[in-house]
Design a protein. Structure first.
Length: 184
């Protein structure tokens, strides 16, 4: 239960003002605010979260002890780097306006974003994907729904979100360095 809560908190915090929200905003501009697009975004987010949870658990299951700490630290370090990179406006040029294409774009955007990398690290820490998937999946759905509801507010507060993302990047960097120093 603790791992699910940690994955939830890490995933919801690092989703703040991220690339997935920006991409969803661009897709809403292209498709309109349809319930089908919301369901597609949620499904895509859950799929990306599941892939990273399974990957983290599978990778960690092949190692014991100290190397597992390095895998966790690596995931957190990559999440910190991803958070530190500024989020640029998204300009989609989608000629088909299909939900399948929207799902693919969102899945690709989310595959290596900070929330999914935090889920990867949580799953690798336990070598069990279920707690990380439960917490990260719930947070992913919450983040998509919040981005859907407050698209206009997200686009108006990008400087605040960048500051929050930089603080979170520093926290994740500190956690990665701490875990790496414990697992020599």
């Amino acid at each position: 239960m603790d791992a699910a809560l940690i994955a939830f908190l890490a995933c919801i915090a690092t989703s703040t003002g991220g690339r997935a929200a920006r991409t969803l905003g661009a897709l809403v501009q292209a498709h309109g605010r349809s319930p089908a697009l919301l369901v597609t975004a949620i499904a895509s987010s859950l799929a990306a979260t599941a892939v990273m949870a399974l990957l983290g658990a599978e990778l960690a299951s092949h190692v014991i002890g100290q190397p597992r700490g390095w895998i966790v630290a690596g995931g957190l370090l990559l999440a910190a780097v991803e958070l530190a990179i500024p989020v640029r406006p998204v300009h989609l040029q989608e000629p088909t306006l299909s939900l399948g294409a929207a799902a693919l774009v969102l899945f690709a955007r989310q595959q290596l974003d900070a929330p999914r990398l935090c889920v990867f690290a949580a799953a690798a820490a336990l070598a069990d994907p279920l707690p990380a998937l439960a917490g990260g999946g719930l947070a992913s759905v919450a983040a998509i729904v919040l981005a859907w509801l407050w698209l206009e507010k997200f686009s108006q507060r990008q400087k605040l979100f960048y500051f929050i993302r930089m603080v979170l990047a520093a926290i994740l960097l500190g956690a990665a360095l701490l875990i790496a120093s414990i697992a020599p």
